[in-house]
Design a protein around this ligand. Structure first.
Ligand code: NAG
Ligand code: NAG
Ligand code: NAG
Ligand code: NAG
Length: 212
């Protein structure tokens, strides 16, 4: 390979690499700048970084940086989750919601529940390391790929990590089960009902409709 070809190749590869969250302060600021605490009625003071990683058909998986816009076809998922920081071994609950459905200007069907799962655990508790979360129980709500309707602005897809309280698994089916619509969900009232407390981590992405 000629040097010029090689450097073009490296540049093209770099442009496809997405950076990820490295600072709790920046994640919190990104949430505030995007009006997320207000729109979700949550208190967001993260103590750990939540890494949300989307596998790709070709090329490396994409880990979100709070506020990144992804092409819809990169978000098929299901994503995997990791924690960076001192959070203990769990269990944890992960939830994902879209507060912008059908449009950010008139979110009459929001929030849409895009994921809800419990019993995520981390194998080790060292701080400052990346801990992949693993789970052996089926998600309460399986991951739904973003599908903002044609003509809408990009939607926010927000992932939140909670400590899982004792009794969550037995209580959750009375609140969310296979008959519960994904629309008109409210993560703040769900958290209050199931004693999740405030989220300990989170991140989000923007996804626009497919071009017509
Ligand atoms: C997504 O669509 C873009 C543009 O059409 C294409 O270049 C890319 O390969 C697609 N990615 C996947 C994962 O299908
Ligand atoms: C584990 O989490 C994934 C999302 O990462 C979810 O799709 C799945 O239902 C969960 N449970 C099992 C047993 O895989
Ligand atoms: C299923 O969830 C709904 C709320 O969507 C609730 O009203 C109903 O009681 C739950 N079903 C069971 C068997 O707990
Ligand atoms: C969600 O529930 C909270 C109470 O927990 C309420 O203050 C808020 O207005 C609700 N949000 C929506 C969008 O209905």
């Amino acid at each position: 390979m000629k040097i010029s070809t090689l450097s073009n190749f490296i540049l093209a590869s770099i442009s496809l690499v997405y950076s990820q969250d490295t600072s709790l302060k920046e994640v919190k600021q990104a949430f505030i700048a995007a009006d997320i605490p207000t729109d979700l009625t949550i208190t967001f003071n993260p103590s750990v970084l939540l890494e949300v990683t989307f596998p790709q058909v070709t090329g490396p998986a994409i880990t979100l940086k709070a506020g990144v816009q992804l092409p819809r076809n990169a978000t098929a998922g299901p994503p995997t989750f990791s924690i960076v920081g001192k959070a203990g071994t769990g269990p944890f609950v992960v939830a994902a919601v879209d507060p912008d459905a059908p449009t950010p200007q008139a979110p009459t069907s929001a929030q849409i529940r895009h994921f809800l799962g419990g019993d995520f655990t981390a194998a080790r508790r060292d701080s400052d390391k990346v801990h992949l979360l693993t789970n052996e129980s089926v998600a309460v709500s399986e991951f739904r790929q973003p599908g903002p309707p044609a003509g809408s602005d990009a939607h926010r897809y927000i992932f939140l990590l909670f400590n899982q309280p004792a009794g969550f698994d037995s209580q959750v089916p009375t609140v969310v089960n296979s008959t519960t619509p994904v629309s008109l969900f409210n993560i703040s009232s769900f958290a209050a009902t199931t004693d999740l407390g405030n989220p300990i981590g989170g991140t989000f992405m923007l996804v626009a409709p497919d071009a017509a």
